[in-house]
Design a protein around this ligand. Structure first.
Ligand code: ZN
Length: 239
């Protein structure tokens, strides 16, 4: 089975459309949270995902868009964007987001936005934090997002080791792997193109993909919505 693993879409419709086109006729779509927030098209993004039968987990921005939870932790730009999102999304979007669990088990994979220890909020930024999360993982592997950085952490005898997305395709074995697809809608690794993952459950094998999209279209929609200029500019840098 071929699955498209998408994280941190952040209401970027142009990026999601480009990724779905590049993915082609996959057997399923799994999302790792932060479907909305920052970007200009929350309703359209949720509609696209719902129409494709996507399943997955919620992120901290999705939660904040529903009821303002955790918004005190947001920086001023993220906060302004989430307030805009909260007042913009329709009832269909709201109920689709509200139905997402914080954690989902799919075969040998646990899907979370942040980490197995703290599914909504914790950032797995290094091998040490990934290692601390091993005891909280009930399946062999973990798919996570939240940092917007495509990479993997692989278990070795002396601990977890970071593996760059460039080592793709990567066939997973009995060693536990924490795998991050990167961000569809707001990449932060210095590359502007949308970052996502193809998962062939038969290996299982993961392949990181980069897909260019119409950044100017997203930026124009953000300007019309009155979203913060810094959030608009960062899409150009992929950072
Ligand atoms: Zn995010």
């Amino acid at each position: 089975m071929l699955l498209a693993i998408l994280s941190d879409i952040h209401a970027n419709r142009a990026a999601l459309e480009a990724v779905l086109a590049a993915a082609g006729p996959v057997d399923g779509i799994r999302v790792l949270g932060d479907i909305v927030g920052y970007g200009p098209d929350p309703d359209a993004v949720v509609e696209l995902l719902a129409n494709r039968g996507a399943t997955g987990v919620r992120g901290n921005h999705d939660l904040a868009a529903l009821d303002g939870e955790g918004v005190d932790w947001f920086n001023p730009d993220a906060r302004a964007a989430i307030e805009w999102t909260r007042h913009t999304i329709g009832e269909t979007t709201r109920s689709w987001l509200a139905a997402l669990p914080e954690r989902l088990v799919d075969g040998p994979f646990t899907l979370v936005h942040g980490s197995p220890r703290d599914p909504t909020w914790e950032y797995i930024v290094d091998a040490g934090i990934a290692g601390e999360n091993l005891v909280h993982l009930a399946t062999r592997h973990c798919l996570f997002g939240h940092t917007h950085i495509p990479l993997a952490f692989l278990r070795h005898e002396d601990g977890m080791r970071e593996l760059p997305a460039a080592s793709s395709p990567l066939t997973l074995d009995e060693r536990t792997a924490f795998v991050n697809p990167g961000s569809v809608g707001q990449p932060r690794d210095g590359i502007r193109a949308a970052s996502w993952l193809l998962l062939d459950t038969a290996g299982p094998t993961v392949t990181w993909r980069r897909t260019p999209y119409d950044i100017a279209a997203t930026q124009a929609a953000m300007r019309s919505a009155g979203l913060p200029p810094r959030l608009i500019a960062r899409l150009d840098r992929g950072a």
